[in-house]
Design a protein around this ligand. Structure first.
Ligand SMILES: C[S@@+](CC[C@H](N)C(=O)[O-])C[C@H]1O[C@@H](n2cnc3c(N)ncnc32)[C@H](O)[C@@H]1O
Length: 485
């Protein structure tokens, strides 16, 4: 059994024996399928067959198979890494198979993808990756295709990822987007969107685009939020976390299961990306003339930002109304809020407000979006999303922002947030809704949000803020802060 990416035996962590390796090279049948690889295979099948979300399926799979510690970590890295790089691995496998991949049994394709990730992503020694993947094929699909899997993976192992990208993709100088799409496993339209967002209308710095794409392929660190009035960062530090670099309510958990912390189990703290914390803090911290008592979170489900906002509101005697259109997500908001200083969540379509116009002092609209800013967390999503999704979401986002502006009182603040850097759902939506609101007699002016991100570097030219995994270690959250004139 050899499931360490470095090719060491898990039992006792000693290097695998050379004679064992030689025996397995001669006869791949001698390697039994191991439970971590089998769990990764079943994860891929669930994602493909049931359109499941990997991050929702995996915890149950690990629990059901009794995988913990290094086995769980290996299954996670193998499954998530394979899903992230699927488009690139398919291009490489297609070059190594003498028929279209669609003609193969889907289970065989998943086995081959897992083998490709061990060879090209994890750099597992070829003999170990091939023999263990052939064993997985026998166990999960059957003995018939084992010879094909063996032969194809030997061809894959002939090059590393850079060499495959050079062989199969366009040259970087001639077509940087096409080259980086293959090398860093993103659909080309996503690479173009990242380049547009980083270039902000000018010429893209392709080295930075490459860094942004590479960051999407690295697992995110676990970030906790200490909900004001219920916990403090010091409490999280005492429980083994480290204070987050930027968020005054954030802490980084260096390892272990956050669900094991009593502060998290009680809801006093939660798991929340630091970027989500920062955009929420920015809305709460922005200077405001006049009353500051009524806050609205218009798209609150599942409630991460609402729980933080409610705590911040409570610190200054304000109240939060949390609205959410989907009843099951509104229940999650209720659970996240606990006994916070917030009314019970309202099940409402933000475009047809269940509250009077011109009411709220601070409004958050954390709009439904493509989620292209959270690709680190949702390994399969880049291959499921389509360019048309951006256009399909545009009207909803624009209408929600317009309604949020109408819900704020004159002089009040509106924060438009997406977990996406795609200009079509960030500054494009803000420009359209701003023009609409001026036409409807509720003009807004942009607030330069950068000063509300103390200590955070590289925030660009403003007035809006775009965070990035490669610059800030956060999800790629976007914030436009607007003030009703
Ligand atoms: C990006 S999520 C919000 C995440 C949330 N703010 C948090 O931090 O946990 C967007 C939410 O908007 C909700 N939504 C979609 N359309 C809506 C509408 N017309 N009115 C209100 N909420 C809507 C979705 O159901 C989803 O829960």
């Amino acid at each position: 059994m050899n499931d360490d990416p470095r090719g060491r035996s898990r039992r006792g962590g000693r290097p695998a024996s050379r004679s064992g390796d030689r025996a397995r090279q001669r006869n791949p049948r001698s390697e039994p399928a191991d439970p971590a690889r089998r769990a990764a295979f079943d994860l891929l099948r669930a994602v493909a067959d049931r359109d499941a979300y990997a991050n929702l399926v995996l915890p149950g799979l690990l629990r059901e198979r009794g995988l913990t510690g290094r086995d769980a970590a290996f299954a996670t890295e193998l499954g998530y890494g394979t899903l992230r790089a699927q488009g690139t691995y398919d291009a490489i496998l297609a070059a190594c198979v003498d028929r279209p991949l669609e003609k193969l049994d889907p289970g065989v394709v998943e086995v081959l993808r897992l083998g490709a990730h061990q060879l090209l992503g994890l750099r597992t020694p070829p003999h170990a990756a091939v023999s263990a993947t052939v064993a997985l094929c026998r166990a999960a699909v059957g003995p018939g295709p084992a010879g094909l899997v063996n032969a194809v993976l030997r061809k894959v192992s002939a090059h590393d990822l850079d060499a495959w990208a050079a062989e199969l993709g366009p040259a970087r100088d001639a077509d940087p987007a096409g080259h980086l799409a293959l090398r860093h496993a993103h659909p080309r339209w996503v690479v173009s969107a990242v380049a547009d967002a980083l270039g902000a209308g000018g010429r893209a710095d392709w080295d930075e685009v490459e860094a942004a794409l590479a960051a999407n392929n690295a697992p995110p660190r676990v970030t906790l939020v200490a909900r004001p009035g219920r916990a403090a960062v010091d409490d999280l530090v005492a429980a083994g976390a480290q204070a987050a670099p930027y968020s005054r309510v954030g802490a980084i958990l260096p390892g272990g299961d956050p669900g094991g912390l009593s502060l998290v189990r009680s809801g006093a703290a939660g798991v929340q990306d630091e970027g989500s914390q920062l955009v929420t803090l920015a809305l709460a911290d922005a200077p405001l003339d006049g009353p500051d008592a009524r806050w609205l979170d218009m798209c609150a489900g599942p409630g991460g930002k609402a729980a933080l906002l409610a705590g911040l509101a409570g610190e200054r005697g304000a109240w939060l109304v949390a609205a959410e259109v989907a009843p099951h997500r509104a229940r999650l908001v209720a659970a996240a809020l606990g006994s916070e200083r917030a009314a019970a969540p309202v099940v409402a379509d933000g475009r047809a407000p269940a509250w009077p116009a011109d009411t709220f002092d601070r409004v958050l609209v954390d709009a439904p979006c493509t989620g292209l800013g959270a690709l680190r967390r949702r390994p399969e999503s880049r291959w499921r999303r389509e360019p048309g999704d951006v256009g399909r979401l545009f009207d909803l986002q624009r209408e929600l922002l317009l309604s949020a502006i109408g819900s704020a009182r004159p002089g009040g603040l509106v924060a438009y947030v997406t977990c996406s850097p795609h200009p079509g759902e960030t500054r494009g939506v803000v420009a359209a809704a701003t023009a609409d609101s001026a036409r409807s007699g509720r003009p807004v002016e942009p607030v330069d949000a950068r000063s509300l991100f103390p200590r955070v570097p590289d925030l660009g030219d403003g007035p809006h803020v775009q965070l990035w995994p490669h610059r800030h270690g956060t999800d790629a959250m976007f914030l436009a802060l607007l003030r009703r004139s």
